[in-house]
Design a binder for this molecule. Structure first.
Ligand code: THU
Length: 528
């Protein structure tokens, strides 16, 4: 089944670098303990009532932001499949492309063969060739550059090749041509994310950079969902640096901005226009102005300003709109580096047709691409799971919640993992997994664990339950509840109580369900 026509416009907003806590492999990236959102929450500046009412505090591990009883959005957090933590790789993954290798960085400067080729093509010498602050590099090398005409080449902790030149020495158009030459050299193992022209003006003691900075990006290595949407005739509107990250590919309209305020203003204008497709926005200030500069207070104020904007934006959304808020990586402003951090990213999906379910922790930013492909009914194969079924149909949500619950299964004896998700009359979902014991008879089934959790929390009325299970957690057939569990269901639920069985799925690709009633499954239940 597809959801074609249910949603007409998607606003996908990337809050650049708003990480939701370290990923399990963060230590490998030097980011043990990093947590961008937690650092912001420790300031007095953070005031995010709208994000809280959407349910940001209900995301796994973000309870410190304040949980809410009745969230307005479907929420979850996503892990990154790609082997990296930069903006380019993060955005590509959001659009469906996983990068096995991080984009290369050059902490010791670029190799001689790169510099030699660059010299030959441009006919100019090269200064610096080290990681450097962009403002300091013109102070330290600007004069020599003016005297010799050599180009200032520098990098940073990011995957960038930057060329600074004085506009009187190297006209901007010429500088752009040099960047294109560098772009041709910098492919394969030297394929940096961006080549950046950094023109400046002024006298030696007072050089200033101009706004004619220009980015020359690496193209995504394979087709993204943006390419597919564009080819299918949908609008794909970019706001902010999205166009640079995708080297302008897969876009039908590009709206440049100068930072968060510009991005928010343009998006507020777009919400009042008619289009059918995707509006993909990046708000860069969080990362560029606050994350890298380790300005925790500034970051918190910027997020509070976004939250205020959100208060005006949400009421403008139409019946068939979907808002997706997420991030591309972390950049904990309170850790001991100016660099990005390897973190989960938050995911909030809000719309009039969207159920405010908790999506738990999901694998892959690619789930966003898969969701977009599903919504707009374009065939796009990526290692992701469409979340659209689960955020619009409760049985599918419960089936997926049961699949996630089985990850916790304690089953050293059978190796058979079972998960259950039980929806109570109060609207809460209680999950359970099977818990085995060396003396087999005290083993607990997933369904009864879910019931016990719910009943002990004061719940007595239930709407439906989903069950998923399989050897080693692989769901290759439905897993109907055992007789004892059916008997427990009869204790609390009527004959029409729906029992949802997750159908076989390739990892995450398939979320069809089978639904039976309790009376069908337990025709002659025991009663005292
Ligand atoms: N199991 C459940 O959790 N639910 C059922 O309805 C059927 C069986 C578990 C119990 C045991 O840990 C494993 O599956 C193999 O029987």
């Amino acid at each position: 089944m597809n959801h074609f026509g249910k949603i007409k416009r998607v606003f996908l907003m990337v809050l650049d670098s708003l990480g939701a806590g370290e990923m399990p492999d963060a230590a490998r990236f030097g980011d043990k303990g990093a947590h961008t959102l937690r650092s912001l929450s420790q300031t007095k500046e953070l005031f995010i009532p709208n994000l809280r009412s959407l349910g940001i505090g209900n995301i796994d591990g973000l309870g410190f932001l304040g949980t809410t009883e009745a969230p307005k959005a479907a929420v979850g957090k996503l892990s990154e499949l790609s082997n990296g933590k930069d903006s380019t790789v993060g955005h590509w993954e959001i659009a469906g492309v996983v990068s096995e290798q991080p984009l290369p960085t050059f902490p010791d400067g670029f190799p001689q063969e790169v510099i030699d080729q660059f010299r030959t093509l441009t006919g100019r010498g090269v200064l610096c060739n080290k990681p450097y602050s962009g403002t300091q590099v013109i102070v330290d090398y600007g004069e020599e550059h003016m005297r010799t005409g050599d180009l200032i080449v520098y990098t940073s902790a990011d995957s960038v090749f930057q060329i600074a030149a004085h506009e009187d020495i190297v006209p901007v158009e010429e500088l752009y041509r040099y960047c294109e030459m560098a772009r041709k050299i910098l492919t394969g193992q030297y394929g940096v994310g961006r080549v950046i022209a950094r023109p400046f003006i002024g006298e030696p003691s007072s050089f200033t950079r101009t706004s004619r900075r220009h980015d020359f990006s690496l193209e995504p290595p394979s087709e993204t969902v943006l390419d597919m949407l564009k080819a299918a005739g949908y609008a794909v509107i970019s706001v902010g640096k999205i166009k640079d990250l995708f080297a302008k590919r897969g876009l039908t309209r590009m709206i440049p901005t100068g930072g968060n305020v510009g991005g928010m203003t343009r998006t507020m204008e777009l919400v009042d226009t008619d289009f059918n497709g995707l509006c993909f926005v990046n708000l860069v200030d969080f990362d560029m102005l606050y994350g890298h500069r380790q300005d925790v207070q500034g970051y918190a104020r910027a997020l509070s300003a976004f939250d205020k904007w959100l208060g005006d934006f949400l009421p403008k959304l139409r019946e068939d709109d979907l808002l997706i808020l997420t991030a591309d990586h972390g950049c904990d402003p309170a850790d001991n580096s100016t660099d990005h951090t390897r973190e989960y990213v938050p995911l909030l999906m809000y719309g009039k047709k969207i159920l405010p379910v908790n999506l738990g922790t999901q694998k892959g930013f690619t789930n966003i691409a898969a969701t977009l492909a599903d919504i707009f009914d374009v065939a796009y194969d990526c290692p992701g799971l469409s979340l659209f079924g689960e955020i619009t149909e409760m049985p599918k949500h419960l089936a997926n919640a049961a699949v996630r619950a089985l990850r916790q299964s304690y089953c050293p004896y059978s190796g058979f993992k079972v998960g259950a998700a039980l929806l109570s009359d109060s609207g809460r979902v209680y999950t359970g997994c099977n818990v085995e014991n060396s003396s087999f008879s005290p083993s607990l089934c997933a369904e009864r664990v879910a019931f016990a959790k719910a009943v002990s929390a004061g719940e007595t009325g239930f709407q439906m339950i989903a069950v998923a299970g399989g050897k080693d957690g692989v769901i290759d057939s439905i897993c109907p509840p055992c007789g004892v569990c059916r008997q427990v269901m009869q204790e609390f639920c009527g004959p029409d109580f729906p029992i949802i069985l997750a159908k076989p799925r390739l990892y995450g690709k398939y979320d069809e369900v089978e639904i039976h009633t309790l009376s069908e499954m337990l025709p002659f239940g025991f009663e005292l």
